[in-house]
Design a protein around this ligand. Sequence first.
Ligand code: SAM
Length: 263
Amino acid sequence: MAIPASGTKVDSPVRRPSRTRRFRERLLDSASRLWWSAKRAVGESGITPLHNLEYLSGLLRLGEWLRAKQAHSQPYFKTRAELFQYVNGEILHAQAVNYLEFGVYQGASIRDWSSLNQNPESTFTGFDTFKGLPESWRLPSGVLPAGYFDVGGKIPVINDPRVGFVPGLFQETLPEFLQTFDPPHRLVIHLDADLYSSTLFVLVALKELLARPGTLLLFDEFSSVQSEFRAMADFESAFRPKLRIAACGGRYFEHVALLAPES
Ligand SMILES: C[S@@+](CC[C@H](N)C(=O)[O-])C[C@H]1O[C@@H](n2cnc3c(N)ncnc32)[C@H](O)[C@@H]1O
């Protein structure tokens, strides 16, 4: 074999990939093109059953979340009223609270809370458009259209000076409200807006308050896996709040109470 003179550049022999390797590469290339075509087809199909698959995967995600938080060993109540009573009595000890409710509609839950917690220093503030859902809400059983829960702008009448309302879209009213909001008491945040967008917006806007020791966060439709639960899971993955489950209730984790550790 001739030895090249030093300094002479010698091209290494070009080796053709083996037939098996070429076959494997072609196969991977076809599989990748098929995958992207399938993605496009599914994305553009608008096939409703596919949303059911999304719903199923949401349920699996909820199951994992509940196991990770040891939800099954926490106090569980059949009704929302029983859960509220437990939270007010056993966790808040009926002490003064600053209660914020997102999603008021006709005022059923804010009325429940203001009659349950009679502490004269408590305040109860309800946020709502009072013109119904700002966008449609997709459920596994169908779609509630935008405007559902419309009460024609009428604010509930509750004869209690501790109760007040902030009408309008959360996205428009909450930032201004928070500029002067400095709650002296334990914070109770009740999320009952049903929608993913509304729930996620409120969670992000309140992230500092949610970190205050002892803050209590209530969800009304937690097992709505595509809306309230998804918003909480996404919020958690982005902001990592330290919240633990304090109690649950309703049909399969419909209502969930989470608590920020006291210290
Ligand atoms: C299920 S209802 C609330 C029910 C009420 N908490 C009760 O227990 O009877 C949901 C409410 O959330 C309100 N809502 C949803 N998203 C909103 C947003 N981004 N801004 C203001 N209100 C919103 C709707 O107007 C609707 O009245």
